[in-house]
Design a protein around this ligand. Sequence first.
Ligand SMILES: O=C(O)c1cc(=O)[nH]c(=O)n1[C@@H]1O[C@H](COP(=O)(O)O)[C@@H](O)[C@H]1O
Length: 234
Amino acid sequence: MQRDVIIACDFKSAEDTFRFLDLFKDEERKPFLKIGMELFYAEGPSIVREIKRRGHKIFLDLKLHDIPNTVKKAMAVLSRLDVDMCNVHAAGTIEMMKAALEGLTRADGTRPLLIAVTQLTSTSEERMRSELLIDASINDTIVKYAQNTRDAGLDGVVCSPLEAGMVHEACGAGFLTVTPGVRFADGDVADQVRVTTPARAREIGSDFIVVGRPITAAEDPVAAYRRCVAEFVG
Ligand SMILES: O=C(O)c1cc(=O)[nH]c(=O)n1[C@@H]1O[C@H](COP(=O)(O)O)[C@@H](O)[C@H]1O
């Protein structure tokens, strides 16, 4: 799979999103975009169709996590949207992930890529221990969740770029690592915990980096996007 930068369009409205996307209208490279909960809950499926019409690839990040039957039915609805990638939480279990895959697969056998979140990049090992009572190391849980995801037949996982190498080692080079938790060397980490730079993400072997505020909140978002592409894609 071709390495790429995915911009997280965490905006409150279609208006804000299109004002942002208009900045990229003269870019040779059409950015791959992520639509998350805020924008999807505000605008509904029409925002997906509108952005798709503009020719962008879309990662629909709704992080489904529920009982298998509910996830399967929700995924069947999402399969009607022409997105390129969507996700669930691996913590929902192998059975839930298999149900998601079944729901997402259209009658003609086609489907978007389906990946599973391992441990959110805002989670630390300390909080996992003290608040979630998980005693395994964070890396062990990430590898185990990634193996479960592979065993369920999904295409890859969401993890920090710091973990991309060990996930590939455990699950194979072709198993996708989609990695938020990306900051420039001089950037503000904010609520993220397990972060690194686009250049380091490339060295460790991420397939896709997901970048939100370092681009969307930059003084010059196009320059910030180009910097990500230069460091990560080359
Ligand atoms: O599934 C995701 O995309 C995701 C998983 C995760 O573990 N961490 C994470 O930050 N994300 C998303 O990636 C984006 C990161 O945004 P920034 O922190 O602004 O770069 C946000 O839209 C998050 O919802």
